[in-house]
Design a binder for this molecule. Structure first.
Ligand SMILES: [Zn+2]
Length: 176
């Protein structure tokens, strides 16, 4: 047990239908993300029933300006860690002041400079163009990189040591 575990009262708020081992894993993964970005964000993740049209994740943008940090992901048995890392990166960008909006909330600010308008951003239909938007570029890099780092992390090692065979199974079979 670490001092952090001893002090912790609440786990992360995870909404949606999750099995016990899934809750354990996502709590552990969020710890890993906080550690990676050196943040302490009161983040919640909502796991939704998949919708045919949207198979990815997003963040609650209205909540963001009210300091409510909520990630919404479709609960499917693959690429969950990547999707959560992507959205967590956007929240990190916002918290660290890298990503922001002009006062009229019509234009993105990236590292203090005006970037795309929200309208321009929403009108991007070309995926390679979308991935070049600076905050998306970082989020896509983290989406690929962080699940790999997580699988070698001390956090996961500690979780596996608790002996739930479902955890090992999920990781081994890329079910998250
Ligand atoms: Zn994104």
């Amino acid at each position: 047990m670490t001092f952090k575990d001893y002090l912790r009262i609440d786990e992360y708020k995870l909404l949606g239908k999750l099995k016990k081992h899934e809750k354990l894993l996502y709590n552990n993964y969020l710890d890993f993300l906080q550690d990676h970005f050196n943040t302490n964000i009161n983040v919640e993740v909502s796991f939704r029933k998949p919708n045919k049209k949207r198979l990815f994740g997003w963040i609650d943008l209205i909540g963001l300006s009210n300091k409510k940090y909520k990630i919404i992901v479709e609960n499917i048995p693959f690429e969950m860690l990547g999707k959560i890392a992507h959205e967590f990166t956007h929240i990190k960008q916002y918290i660290k002041g890298e990503l922001n909006f002009t006062k009229d909330e019509k234009t993105f600010l990236w590292k203090g400079e005006k970037n795309l308008t929200i309208k321009e951003y929403n009108n991007i239909t070309n995926m390679s163009e979308y991935k070049e938007v600076p905050w998306e570029k970082e989020a896509y890099q983290m989406q690929d990189k962080l699940p790999i780092l997580y699988k070698k992390s001390k956090q996961l090692k500690e979780l596996k040591a608790q002996g739930d065979p479902n955890i090992e199974f999920m990781i081994q079979n890329d079910l998250v």
